[in-house]
Design a protein around this ligand. Structure first.
Ligand SMILES: Cc1ncc(COP(=O)(O)O)c(C=O)c1O
Length: 391
């Protein structure tokens, strides 16, 4: 079979590949500490589960409008308005099958061959592959590591050319945990809007911030025309398996994405839409309870990693990942890249993490602290023994 050039330009998500390899070892009976996957270890809150079950009992099990039922769009824009002081209307909103789908469709609607998309490093791997899939050019820009990889307006300015169409900002960031401060974010928006560049803000980790309050760039002046928000219920409400995300942005973009969605996936699951309405309209207590758990684990994980000889782990200000630099172990025990490190660590110490190569940096690994304290303690103990034991 001769496959399309398009599909030849992408590879399987590295994070999914690590998860699959760790699962395979576990099935073989190996005691693997899995710190690779980026998903909450908490169950979906009960009120949300009940709403999904009720939707089935009510036979709410048929096709809906491709972009979601009006009640869901109302709930998304109202929640975003309450949380971030924005005032989108339902015509500026579409529900999607998870945040990934929102990003995939946004890029489909905007990116033509050779269009440039500025992608701050380290980046969530899906952005890179999907930009390539559509024939666009990811333009990597690397913010200062000493500044925790937090994007600045100067970084963006350096990367702009007359082919730049989109800037992607993912704050809090997967994998670095970097958070772009509100004033800097507003300066970035001022720059991109003055150049007619669309700013895609991925807010998937919006509520998991440790030294600031959640905010959305969509609340800034100028945002209405020049900003598109990609959001997801996956992490915020511990709903990764349910698959519900959304886009907020100019009505013309939303209607183009709706066109695409009407031919591709049709609607997100009708049952999930009902559960999502409950998540968005219901209490936020469970979200803040998870945040407090993550906060405690983050403190432990960052300090314990930083304490390993040769490891540098800056404080991540958001999300639930640590992104330590392990470059000083290169050249020892046959390790010459973070990919070697990850493979050897999994094979010999039975800890699953994701190598920085997947995110565009060569000397880092990503650990998810969306895992129990026991797993984190055991995982870091093994990493310490592994690193200090490298010949
Ligand atoms: C930065 C970022 N954006 C979006 C997503 C999408 O998540 P989902 O498709 O589960 O909504 C993820 C998931 O890992 C992510 O890390």
């Amino acid at each position: 079979m001769r496959f399309s050039n398009r599909v030849g330009r992408i590879s399987e998500s590295a994070t999914m590949a690590v998860t699959a390899e760790a699962a395979r070892l576990k099935r073989e009976g190996v005691d693997v500490v899995a710190l690779g996957a980026g998903e909450p270890d908490f169950p979906t809150p009960n009120n949300i589960k009940r709403a999904g079950i009720q939707a089935i009992h009510d036979n709410f099990t048929r096709y809906t409008a491709a972009g979601g039922i009006p009640e869901l769009k109302e709930a998304i824009v109202a929640w975003h308005g309450r949380e971030f002081s924005t005032n989108y209307g339902p015509q500026e909103c579409i529900a999607t099958v998870g945040g990934k789908h929102a990003i995939f469709n946004f890029l489909a609607a905007l990116v033509d061959t050779d269009d440039e998309v500025i992608l701050p490093v380290p980046y969530w791997v899906t952005f890179f592959d999907v930009i390539n899939y559509y024939g666009g050019k990811p333009v990597a820009v690397t913010p200062s590591e000493a500044n925790g990889f937090s994007l600045t307006v100067d970084d963006v300015e350096r990367a702009i050319t007359d082919r730049t169409k989109v800037l992607v900002v993912n704050s809090p960031n997967n994998p670095s945990g970097a958070v772009v401060a509100q004033e800097e974010f507003e300066r970035i928006l001022e720059l991109t809007s003055s150049q007619g560049i669309i700013l895609l803000s991925d807010e998937c980790y919006s509520h998991f911030v440790y030294n600031s309050t959640p905010f959305s760039i969509a609340a800034a002046e100028n945002a209405r025309k020049n900003v598109v928000i990609a959001g997801s219920l996956s992490k915020t409400f511990a709903m990764t398996g349910w698959r519900l995300g959304y886009l907020l942005g100019p009505a013309a973009l939303i209607s183009n994405v709706n066109k695409l969605q009407s031919h591709a996936t049709s609607n997100p699951s009708s049952i999930v839409q009902k559960a999502a309405i409950e998540a968005l309209n219901g209490p936020m207590d469970a979200v803040y309870a998870m945040l407090e758990q993550y906060r405690g684990r983050r403190e432990y994980v960052v300090a314990a990693l930083d304490d390993i000889p040769g490891v540098r782990c800056p404080q991540p200000n958001g999300a639930f990942y640590a992104y330590p630099n392990i470059g000083s172990s290169f050249g020892r025990g046959g390790v010459s890249s973070s990919m070697d490190f990850a493979q050897k660590l999994l094979r010999e110490a039975h800890v699953a993490i994701v190598p920085g190569e997947a995110f565009g940096t060569s000397e880092h690994i990503r650990l998810s602290y969306a895992a129990s304290m026991e797993e984190l303690e055991e995982g870091i103990r093994r990493i310490r023994v592994f690193i200090t034991g490298l010949p």
